[in-house]
Design a protein around this ligand. Structure first.
Ligand code: CMP
Length: 155
C-alpha cells in the first residue's frame, strides 16, 4: 500500500480505495483514429465514463514493438497485417483507472468488429474494420498487468 492508499502490486488489480474497488486497464487509440483526428473525442468519452487517465503517451511503434505487444496472436493469420497497421502511424497509450475498468472499457469500446458493435460504442462510431477498429483494451486482469507493464513502469 502506498501513501495514496493504493496497493502497489498490479497483480492486485482490484485495489481497495475507500469502499470502491479500483481496477487498472490499458487503452490504446489506434493509428486509424489518430489519423481521423478523434483523439479528443475519445478522451472526452473516457473521462465522461468515469475513468481517471493516470498515464498517457503518444508513440509511433516500431514493427518489433507492435509484434511484441500482440505476441499472443503470433500464430494468427492477421498477426502480420495487424502489426503492420499498428506500426503505421502514431498511437495513444493510456493507463485507465475506474471501478471494473477492464470490462467497462470493453463495453465502451464495443465488439472487436465495428460492424458488430452496439450503436454508441467507440468502435461502432470510429472503427472501419476488425483490424482498423480505433481502440484497444486489455481483456482480463493478468493481460492488463502485462500490457500496462509493456508501456509504463508503474510502481
Ligand atoms: P485488439 O483489441 O487490438 O486486439 C487484437 C486485435 O486483433 C483486435 O483488436 C483486432 O484489431 C485484431 N483482430 C482480431 N481478430 C481479427 C481478425 N479475424 N482479422 C483481423 N484482425 C483481427
Amino acid at each position: 500500500m502506498n501513501s495514496s492508499g493504493y496497493r502497489t502490486g498490479l497483480q492486485e488489480d482490484k485495489t481497495i480505495k475507500g469502499a470502491v474497488m479500483i481496477e487498472k486497464t490499458l487503452a490504446i487509440i489506434k493509428p486509424d483514429a489518430v489519423k481521423k483526428n478523434v483523439i479528443g473525442e475519445i478522451i472526452q468519452r473516457i473521462e465522461k465514463e468515469g475513468f481517471k487517465i493516470t498515464e498517457l503517451k503518444m508513440l509511433h511503434l516500431s514493427k518489433e514493438k507492435a509484434e511484441g505487444f500482440y505476441i499472443i496472436h503470433k500464430d494468427k493469420p492477421f498477426y502480420n497485417p495487424l502489426t503492420d497497421f499498428m506500426s503505421s502511424g502514431k498511437i495513444i497509450v493510456m493507463l485507465l483507472e475506474r471501478e471494473d475498468a477492464i470490462s467497462f472499457w470493453r463495453k465502451v469500446m464495443g465488439a472487436t468488429d465495428p460492424a458488430m458493435a452496439e450503436p454508441g460504442t467507440l468502435r461502432r462510431k470510429f472503427g472501419f474494420s476488425i483490424e482498423r477498429n480505433a481502440t484497444h483494451g486489455s481483456d482480463a486482469p493478468p493481460t492488463a498487468e502485462w500490457e500496462i507493464n509493456y508501456f509504463f513502469k508503474v510502481k
